[in-house]
Design a protein around this ligand. Structure first.
Ligand code: Z5A
Ligand code: MG
Length: 217
């Protein structure tokens, strides 16, 4: 039996990640594939509930502590993702280690570098494909103003945008595809579908599911 693919969708606030993950899941299911949709942070677990309280501003946590919680929130499901993939299920992931490293490193904390932030991600399942939904600040603003959660402000989003570029430049070539996410939901989803189907069809050239490695900073 062919293994499933690990497909990650990344992007800034309101880029349309969750909308596109759901459409992709439905499309792949309609074409007869087994698919699961996972999102991070997963706010339903005990660790996820701590993260949720922090993002809503209901609790204060040290930058390093909350960073490690976000990472632990991925580690707590890493084994089940690997198991699903081994069983032929394609797993679509809404935000992953790239958001993890970038949002923490974007804080004005000189002791929290991108390199430090990446360390706890090393060893997690490595995506077969990471789609980065690119959107300009103007287009994002049209999709609704900033919400009330932490990080939903202009300074933070600008730093995050720059750091996404930095971290993607450091990934092995072929792992990341940039998608223009400013078109209609339908147009964007068609582009995504083509790239994902191509990745699934070429999985045999990748071989076994790989693990995230260090970044060459
Ligand atoms: N974070 C972190 O710090 N560390 C970590 O390790 C992780 C995350 C994993 C919450 O994430 C915060 O956690 C986030 C990063 C940080 N902080 N910020 N900013 P989240 O994923 O739970 O946040 P979210 O609120 O679910 O996602 P989002 O980024 O705000 O939205 P989205 O999923 O990209 O977009 P959407 O919900 O699909 O669409 C937004 C709206 O736009 C909606 O009304 C859609 O109908 C509309 N939309 C979508 N696509 C289109 C197109 N193509 N045209 C027009 N309108 C569209
Ligand atoms: Mg979302």
């Amino acid at each position: 039996m062919m293994r499933g693919a690990l497909i990650v969708v990344e992007g800034l606030d309101r880029a349309g990640k969750s909308s596109q993950c759901e459409i992709l899941r439905d499309n792949l299911q309609k074409s007869g594939r087994s698919v699961k949709y996972v999102r991070f942070p997963d706010r339903t677990t005990p660790i996820g509930r701590l993260i949720d309280g922090y993002l809503r501003g209901q609790s204060q946590l040290d930058d390093h502590s909350v960073h490690l919680l976000f990472s632990a929130n991925r580690w707590e499901v890493a084994q089940s993702i690997e198991q699903d993939i081994a069983n032929g299920v394609t797993v679509i992931v809404d935000r992953y280690s790239y958001s993890g490293a970038v949002y923490s490193a974007a804080k004005a904390n000189p002791n929290l570098s991108l390199n430090w932030a990446w360390q706890p991600e090393i060893g997690l399942p490595r995506p077969d494909l990471c789609l980065f939904l690119r959107i300009s600040p103007d287009e994002a603003a049209k999709r609704g103003g900033f919400g009330a959660e932490r990080y939903e402000n202009e300074t933070m989003q600008r730093r995050v945008r720059e750091l996404f570029q930095t971290i993607f430049d450091l990934q092995p070539s072929g792992d990341v595809h940039i998608i223009d996410a400013e078109g209609s939901i339908e147009d964007v989803s068609q582009g995504i579908r083509k790239i994902v189907v191509n990745c699934i069809e070429r999985l045999h050239t990748i071989g076994a599911l790989r693990k995230l490695g260090p970044i060459p900073i």
